[in-house]
Write a protein that binds this ligand. Structure first.
Ligand SMILES: [Fe+2]
Length: 267
């Protein structure tokens, strides 16, 4: 399994796939687009303007022609109802919140068929024939507030109580990411890493998708689970296209493919 850690900045070599396969993927609409940490804000962050994140996403959605979009939180505070309308007119969206979201607008967002964009903790949605289970948010640190900037913080109990509903899913979708050995000392041990590891162990999904941690992406493996962490922020602009027929995952940077992986072998 090819891997990339957040600390590695050099360009990744592109594995070649046939143009025929790419054309089939695009023409058949057999993919699910996965983003996280879009951070659509009317501000600069570390010198990067984040006010065009929504337009970047709309452009990538139009180009990918995916059947569905899974958004893993930290979409940003700049989202208004009209922005959600623009997006859901293009593609059905299944989202969770992270720790930087406009909760009021996200709660109200609907797809064109009337279904809610925002998934609940422990909710399972069948997307492209795959069972995708969701857990929102990040865990509150000990002694810290349960809501910050309008976004709820979760407890270990919420994460662990979702497990019973999520056993048997093909894809576990969370904002918080599990700790991976390739992160080394970049991240300190935390209750959240520990609880997420328990969730992964008990749910044991073929594929885990998440965000929250910064850096372009990580595609790795933990026990029996393929782990994908993705960063779609204006600084990184990465997303994934998951082919739900072949169970292959293409990692994209803008319009360029940077890696291809699979979770078929674990199903
Ligand atoms: Fe986050």
């Amino acid at each position: 399994m090819l891997q990339k850690s957040p600390s590695e900045e050099e360009p990744f070599l592109l594995p070649q796939i046939s143009s025929e396969w790419q054309e089939n993927l695009v023409e058949s609409g057999q993919s699910i687009m996965i983003i996280s940490d879009l951070h659509y804000e009317q501000t600069y962050h570390h010198g990067v303007w984040e006010g065009e994140a929504r337009d970047w996403l709309l452009g990538m959605v139009r180009s990918a022609k995916s059947a569905s979009l899974i958004a893993l939180g930290d979409l940003g505070h700049a989202w208004r109802a009209v922005d959600w309308k623009c997006l859901t007119d293009l593609v059905p969206v299944h989202a969770i919140y992270g720790n930087h979201d406009n909760m009021e607008v996200l709660h109200s967002a609907r797809n064109n068929d009337g279904t809610r964009v925002l998934a609940e903790d422990g909710e399972v949605r069948v997307i492209g024939g795959l069972k995708v289970g969701f857990i929102n948010g990040i865990m509150a640190k000990k002694g810290k507030t349960k809501v910050k900037d309008g976004v709820p913080r979760q407890s270990a109990e919420v994460f662990l109580s979702a497990v019973a509903k999520l056993v048997g899913v093909d894809v576990l979708a969370t904002h918080a990411s599990p700790y991976l050995p390739e992160y080394g000392s970049r991240y300190h041990a935390s209750d959240e890493f520990e609880v997420l590891d328990q969730v992964l162990t008990q749910v044991n999904p073929p594929l885990s998708v998440s965000g929250h941690l910064s850096g372009p992406y990580t595609l790795s493996k933990l026990r029996d689970t393929t782990i994908l962490r993705i960063d779609s922020s204006p600084a990184e602009r990465h997303y994934a296209l998951m082919d739900f027929g072949t169970r292959q995952i293409r990692i994209m940077h803008d319009h360029d493919q940077v890696e291809i992986g699979s979770f078929a072998e674990f199903s």
